[in-house]
Ligand binder design. Structure first.
Ligand SMILES: CC(C)(COP(=O)(O)OP(=O)(O)OC[C@H]1O[C@@H](n2cnc3c(N)ncnc32)[C@H](O)[C@@H]1OP(=O)(O)O)[C@@H](O)C(=O)NCCC(=O)NCCS
Length: 101
């Protein structure tokens, strides 16, 4: 699964976001995640006026981060303590893919 939303305001409707990327454990490492995201990005690019898509990935999630980088996403920031799990925190790297130069 992978979710997509588009921002609504007039000045931000050129931006979209991807969330909830997940491949079930038994299907990982077989190209499903790459295919899913490639298809999704292809569909997103068809939306009139959309210019960029962003996502957040846990700093510890090297596998997902490398998948996103290979698709052209670049890190533009880091949200410290973005997730709270029990008494611990996880930072998230914020990534964006621009469709226009
Ligand atoms: C991240 C996730 C979606 C990848 O899906 P997948 O189907 O296993 O990925 P693919 O088989 O298409 O692999 C694509 C690329 O991801 C990277 N990758 C995936 N798993 C990796 C791992 N464990 N370690 C390092 N790189 C990994 C590789 O760069 C791989 O590149 P390649 O195509 O050149 O081999 C999947 O592991 C998953 O659902 N994980 C749990 C949930 C999660 O972390 N979601 C992301 C939240 S931001």
């Amino acid at each position: 699964m992978a979710g997509f939303f588009r921002r609504r305001g007039e000045k931000i409707r050129h931006r979209g976001g991807i969330w909830g990327v997940y491949v079930s454990e038994e299907c990982r490492g077989k190209g499903v995640g790459r295919t899913l995201l490639t298809e999704l990005i292809g569909l997103v690019q068809l939306l009139p006026g959309i210019e960029q898509v962003a996502l957040a990935v846990s700093s510890q999630n090297a596998g997902a981060k490398s998948l996103y980088e290979s698709l052209g996403f670049k890190v533009y920031g880091c949200e410290k303590r973005a997730l709270k799990i029990g008494n611990g925190y996880v930072d998230e790297e914020l990534m964006v893919l621009y469709f226009r130069p």
